[in-house]
Design a protein around this ligand. Structure first.
Ligand code: CP3
Length: 325
């Protein structure tokens, strides 16, 4: 959940020389260093590969760039004709530097630190491919998915096997756990959620498990609210990441009997720090530690977050763990 990133001065320094974010993502020496930086400060139990979910559209040949202050900007794909420009056969070759990053990071990590590989879910990657940038209300992608489902299905049918192969390759190179980020799943409800979120996720999880039955998969359906229950029941994931809109007590009562729950400290509270941060961290730990649970944030760490606040949280989490085992 942006364990690495701009809140760390050492990351900002490392980024300075490579203004192009995708070039940074394709430089194994830099990604390995970025992934190790938070480990040195906080000693978490797992490290996440440093990359981005948008390397998939980039690998498919869509124009993707990252602009300071704006975030990702893509040349949007909005029709079946546009889909013909995507080059499916070259994706894995293009992403070889990511696999090299996984290999090098895996070799660099201590044995007791798990390596998490990741990808965006088809719906969330499609959101960026169709809308072209963050912060859109999703009306363009929803219109396509709901009014012309057969055409939109073709985009999802490109993303499902590509994402599955990409994740299997990460596992072959050393990833021990997989996370699927569905940051825009909150845009859909009812049967649309089933078709565009649950079904493609289930196919990817099944594809991974066919070859790697023991590799856990954690899904993160951000903004899914009550629909998180059917996501946990029907996708085949082993773990369910929850955002900060879900109360820990609700997750305990509705999700923890189904899956390992991962979450969900509010990134604003983490940024603010102080007693509220300590109280909220303890509340999450006390509410969820009675069942299968991984402590995490509810969404990506904000660039203005003081690293000392993260140290404070790590101390509380480790103290609680020792007190309860
Ligand atoms: O340490 C880690 O967590 C691993 C690396 C990681 C990044 N992005 C690096 C990154 C991971 C796991 C992601 C996932 C990702 N990327 C998601 C899913 C999770 C979520 O946040 O919902 C999404 C939606 C993206 C797409 C993306 N990449 C956006 C919207 C942005 C702009 C964010 C911003 O605050 O400007 C990025 C850029 C990005 N990806 C940064 C990092 C460290 C900031 C880049 C920089 O300027 O150095």
């Amino acid at each position: 959940m942006r364990q690495a990133g701009r809140y760390l001065p050492e990351y900002r320094k490392l980024r300075e020389d490579t203004p192009n974010f995708l070039s940074f993502c394709y430089s194994p020496a830099l990604t390995v260093e970025a992934a190790l930086q938070p480990l040195r400060r906080f000693q978490p139990d797992a490290a996440i590969l440093f990359s981005d979910i948008l390397v998939i559209p980039d690998g498919l040949g869509q124009s993707v760039r990252f602009e300071g202050g704006v975030g990702p900007v893509l040349e949007p794909i909005r029709s079946e004709t546009d889909l013909k420009q995507l080059q499916v056969s070259k994706v894995l070759d293009h992403l070889e530097p990511v696999f090299e990053s996984v290999r090098q990071l895996s070799a660099a990590l201590p044995h007791n630190v798990a390596l998490i590989g990741f990808a965006g879910s088809p719906w969330t990657v499609a959101y960026y491919m169709v809308e072209g940038r963050s912060g859109q209300d999703g009306s363009t992608i929803k219109k396509w998915a709901i009014e012309e489902p057969d055409g939109f299905q073709k985009l999802i049918d490109i993303l499902v096997p590509v994402t599955t192969d990409y994740l299997i390759e990460q596992i072959k190179n050393g990833a021990e756990t997989i996370q699927l980020f569905d940051s825009w799943s909150g845009l859909l409800e009812a049967e649309h959620f089933d078709r565009w979120i649950i079904q493609p996720t289930r196919e990817i999880v099944a594809g991974i498990k066919q070859h790697n039955p023991d590799v856990p998969v954690i899904g993160f359906p951000r903004g899914a609210g009550d629909q998180t229950i059917k996501y946990a029941e029907n996708t085949g994931v082993d773990g369910i990441g929850i955002d900060s809109d879900i109360s820990p007590a609700w997750a305990r009562d509705n999700l923890q009997g189904l899956k390992t729950v991962q979450g969900n400290l509010d990134n604003q509270i983490l940024r603010e720090g102080g007693k509220k941060l300590e109280d909220e961290t303890i509340n999450i730990l006390q509410t969820l530690s009675g069942g299968p649970f991984i402590f995490n944030l509810g969404h990506g760490i904000l660039p203005e977050t003081p690293p000392d606040n993260v140290i404070r949280v790590a101390e509380i989490v480790r103290g609680h763990h020792h007190a309860s085992t």
